[in-house]
Structures are given as structure tokens and as C-alpha cells.
Design a protein around this ligand. Sequence first.
Ligand code: PA5
Length: 422
Amino acid sequence: MYKHDIGNWFGAGAAEKQDFSRLLDKSAAILKRFAEGAEPKVTALFDVAAREDDLEAIRKEAQEIRQNFRNIVVLGTGGSSLSGQALAAIKGNNNAAEINLCFADNIDPHSFSAMLAGIDIERSFFLTISKSGDTLETIAQFLICFDYVAKAVGREKAARHFLIITMPKESSMAALGEQYGIRQLAHETEIGGRFSIFTNVGLLPGAIIGLDIRGLRKGAVRIIRDISRNPAESEVAKGMAVNLAMMAQGFCNSVYMHYLDRLRGFVNWHRQIWAESLGKNGNGTTPIRAAGTLDQHSQLQLYLGGPKDKFFTFLFLGKPENGNPAINPELINRQELEYLKGKSLGEIMLAEQRATLETLVRHGAPVRSFALDNLQEETMGALFMHFMLETIGVGIALGINPFDQPAVEESKVIARKLLGEK
Ligand code: PA5
């Protein structure tokens, strides 16, 4: 599925640098506890990934939406949106369902109005996701969209354009849904918003655009099996140890350099789970998203010549996919361009990625890499589970709670007060 190479930095001589093997043992011990069911929130993640009984219902829901609507707008923010976005992105433009799935994850008045103005409301569906049911932005988005739809199709008919995913408990969103007769699906109570990719939060948008949702979960289960069978040898343990070593050595920035546009959503998703889970009590590293080859012409100079405070994770395809465009040799009759004759964009991308990685290594930067076999659902499911466990595991190793986000609550309270909440 993928090859995780932790490079030279953590290879020979790493033990002297930062007692790497001790960190590996510590990571494996944490993963062993996960596998034994000692961490209830991780067990909930494992249980949902292993479920098969709910897949048919998710698929049916998706099919019904697809049959009746052309534009699907997902309302919600943070973990309630980024999972769906990450899954939708791996399809690229190859949307077999021929529907327009978009994620309204902000409340910028200009882009929100433009989004509404740009869709045929009669053929639009609003999937509203909020675990807590109390997020100000999502409530505002929902109320504006409901009003917009009700004005277009009438209040009675508006409800069929909406579906709400929220926890089955008292909340503003649940109450609004009830008031306006909107169907509601339960958000898993035990699974936090940012870790909800294998629940209906991620899988329903995924199924709407035709992803194999069983395959996604199957990939996740493979990672769970790996850590259950042999935590010390697992890639997650290596990943945890690498990150812990980097933090201990004072590397405060973690650059995720992806050489696949279809991983843009994945890296945004990871950036959130990492930052929100680990940025506590002075801990954490700042996740930075960089796209290859694009950012070689933007950030690379800084990465090579700037402060030595960055740790790099490369994500790319191990070998180019079939059918990618190639340069017609007949167009080339200049000596200095001979080397490009017949080369595909995939080959050029791979060479650029290898060259950048090698240059970083030569400059003494710590680099690890994930060479993916493909971007199929099983591979991606494994990758999502790998990075969730890496994040949660690092949090536990640092002695912090990776499941909450207390600091952001403060600004939510102030925002509501500024708007007049008593
Ligand atoms: O991961 C998290 O917990 C957060 O990013 C939430 O997803 C985000 O704040 C939205 O919360 P909710 O789903 O309750 O509306």
C-alpha cells in the first residue's frame, strides 16, 4: 500500500542523536495499549473502522441524494468538513457520479453569497454537519441556506433539501432540525469531530461521489491489524518515534510536501488533526503544507537556506500512473531538450521529487517519505488511520489529551458575546 522510509537521520547513529530506539519502544508500548483496548476513544475509532453493518445505509442515503439533486453543499467547519474534503480530493476531477460536491467551510460573506448564487436551488442539497450542534458558524450557515431555499421552494418543501448530522442530544442544531422537520443522522458520540473520517461524516460525502467506502475502512483495519500483531515493527510506531525525536531536538516546524494534487485535502486534514490535538501546554510542531513541484519555486529556498527548524515528510506515488501525458518526441529538435523526448509528466514529477528530497538530505535536513502504491481507497484508508494513530499516539506520549481543544473555546465565547449573547 505504501512504503514509509524514515531515512538516514533515524538510521545508523540515530541512537546517539536522540535515543531513537527508546522512543520507538515507548511508541510501541502505547500502540500495544491501544490494541488492548486501554484507550476508549481509540477503541471507538477501531470499532467504527471495523464496522460493515452500516455501509449499506450510508450508500443508500448517498444514492438517494444523488438521484434527486445535482449540487451537494456540505455545511460545517473544522473536523466536520475536512474529512469529507480530503476524501473528495482523492477523486480529483474524476467524479463518476457527475454531481457537484462542494464544501462551504467558511462564512466569508462574499464567497458564501457567490456559492449560493451559483447553484440551481431546486437541484441543491445541504448536508449540514456539526457534532456538538452548537457551532456558531455552522448554525449561521444553516439558517442562511434554509431561508434561501425556503424562499425559493416554499417552507414546507425546503426540509427535503437538508440533512443534519449531529449528536443525538439537546443542541441548537438538533432543535432547529426538529423545528423545521429536517431529517437527522446521529454523529458518533464517542468519536471527536476531527477523527470522524470513517463515520458517516466522511463516508457519506465519499459515497456521494462514488468512493468505495468499504475499501476505505478495509485499509484502516489493515493498520489496526499491524499494530495489534506487532506494534514494535509497525509503521505507526516508527512515525511516532520520528516525530517525538524531532520535537525533542527542537524542530518546531513539520513540512508535509505532497507531489500529488489529490493529496491537498489529505494534508489539510492532517494539518488540523495534528495542530488541534497536539498544540497544548507548549507542545506541538507547526504543520506546514507544501505542494510539489509548485512550492519548489516558492518555499524551497527557505527550506534549504533558512533556519534549520524543519522536519520534512514527503508524500508521492512510488511510480507514475499509466496514461499520464507524455511529451511528443517529434516536437523536439533542440539538443538541450533531448532528455525530455517521450518523457511523461509523471516521470518528470518523480524526478523533481527525488531531486528535492536528495537536496534536502544533502543540506542535512531530516526527511522521511511515504511512497504510495496508488491512491485507491484501501491505500488511502490505511494512510488516514496511520496518521490518526501517529497523532493520538504522540499526544499520549507527550502526556497531553489529544482529544480536546480547550484553547479555542475561549474565542468562541468572546465571539458570541460580541454578537450580543447574554
Ligand atoms: O475536530 C474538532 O473537534 C473541531 O475541529 C470541530 O470539528 C469543529 O470545531 C466543528 O465542531 P462541530 O462539529 O461540533 O460543529
